[in-house]
Design a protein around this ligand. Structure first.
Ligand code: COA
Length: 407
């Protein structure tokens, strides 16, 4: 087994705890404490892998939990949410991550997962395994008490929740809202327990609030203190909205009005906001929404390409013949004729467009159009005009893709 680094499933809680500590060390964090491990260390619905040395020592790990990922058109497909990937610093660059990724993706496909998703620590790691950036987000900061335009949505009512209420009220609401955007994903119970009761830092403040519009609850926010930013003299704390979900502009306005109106606050920042949140359009001075950066919100790796092509919706256009190469699992490569009704076998037709599976992931949820990917060299156009047709097919016309979940 030396060649594949003895990659095995970890079921024993002691092995899972060792894997957790190995991962934490790989991102320069200390071992998990007893109380936190007991409270939410691992869960039955998760998949843990370990790679061992010839001497049987744990040298690398990768983890996933089951999720349902929303595709354009609203269909949800089973997917593996990959996280906690790490290799011991003295055992890197010997192929352990590659062995873990291959085993993890194979197991996920065998379970029937249509795709895998992850959030990457570094952008150079995952493309080789077929992942592409499928949604992006903006990191924004809004000063306290911004001036709202008179015609901006007023928002509904906001009510705060305690943590015990948050773990029961928020999961079904998030699940509903995640179904309305491509890239939205469901979370498992442990994800929520960790978000609401982080453990380790018992005095860490977390606030939770739900927004209610004319049709009932339609948004929520979780916030805390932004670490590393001191209270400004006479100004107050910088808050961080760690989760902010809104069904539409009214809930966006209501939740941001609430957050930026909290006393003793100088600013509110939030990572990875959807590209179509348009908060700046609601303020007198659009520069009061300071975009401090932009990042990759979620990476997508299609495992069952035909199944994924059949599950999403397509725009109205003449079909296009697309060849998809999967360098990691060559038997998953294929050519399909994609039209408004989905994929059909291409038969003897030559491909008009070609990409690898990572490149398909980049277009799949609607974040980038095929013509942009052709123009930047990421896809190949064999027949002039094919990319323009593909733009109409891949374009969703709906909300920007967004995952909105850290995992
Ligand atoms: C990233 C990490 C898991 C890689 O593990 P590893 O066992 O060294 O990876 P492998 O030896 O299997 O490398 C596979 C390939 O990826 C490349 N690679 C590995 N880590 C890379 C990185 N951080 N950036 C760019 N390329 C990387 C290797 O050079 C190798 O390339 P090759 O196939 O062309 O030779 C490991 O360095 C690590 O634990 N890093 C810190 C924690 C972390 O960032 N985890 C990811 C969380 S999302």
């Amino acid at each position: 087994m030396a060649e594949d680094h003895d990659v095995r499933t970890l079921t024993d809680p002691a092995d899972r705890r060792a894997a957790t500590d190995l991962f934490r060390a790989s991102v320069h964090a200390g071992p998990i404490g007893d109380a936190v491990w007991e409270r939410h260390g691992h869960a039955a619905d998760e998949h843990w892998l370990g790679a061992r040395t010839d001497d049987g020592e744990l040298a690398g790990t990768a983890f996933s939990f089951p999720t349902r990922l929303t595709l354009p058109g609203g269909t949800r497909v089973p997917a593996a949410a990959v996280s906690a990937v790490g290799v011991r610093a003295d055992r890197t660059r010997a192929g352990r991550l590659s062995a873990l990724m291959r085993a993890q993706l194979t197991a996920a496909a065998d379970r029937g997962d249509v795709a895998a998703v992850l959030r990457a620590s570094e952008t150079g790691i995952y493309e080789r395994f077929g992942y592409g950036i499928a949604a992006r987000g903006e990191h924004v900061r809004v000063g306290a008490h911004p001036r709202w335009r008179p015609e901006a949505p007023a928002g509904g009512t906001v009510r705060m929740l305690g943590p015990d209420e948050a773990v029961t009220v928020l999961p079904p609401l998030q699940e509903r809202l995640a179904g309305a955007r491509p890239g939205g994903m469901t979370r498992n119970e442990r994800w929520w327990t960790r978000a609401v009761h982080p453990g380790g830092q018992e005095d860490e403040y977390r606030g939770f609030a739900v927004h209610r519009g004319p049709d009932g609850d339609d948004g929520f926010v979780q916030w805390g203190l932004r670490r590393g930013e001191p209270r400004t003299p006479g100004g107050g704390d910088v808050l961080e909205a760690q989760q902010l979900w809104a069904a539409g502009p009214d809930a966006v306005a209501g939740l941001w009005r609430f957050l930026t109106g909290i006393d003793l606050t100088s600013a509110v920042m939030s990572w990875f906001r959807p590209l179509d949140e348009h908060l700046d359009l609601m303020l007198v001075d659009p520069r009061e929404v300071r975009v401090e950066g932009r990042g990759d919100d979620v990476w997508l790796r299609l495992l069952d390409v035909r199944g994924a092509l059949a599950a999403r919706s397509w725009g109205p256009a003449d079909p296009v013949v697309l060849r998809v190469r999967d360098p990691l699992f060559d038997d998953r490569s294929g050519t399909w004729r994609i039209g408004p009704d989905g994929p059909a076998p291409a038969g003897a037709a030559a491909p008009e467009l070609e990409c690898d599976v990572a490149g398909l992931g980049t277009a799949f949820l609607g974040d980038r159009l095929p013509s942009v990917l052709v123009a930047t060299g990421r896809w190949t156009e064999h027949v002039p005009g094919a990319a323009a047709r593909a733009d109409l097919l891949f374009g969703t016309g709906g909300p920007a893709p967004w995952c909105g979940t850290f995992f």
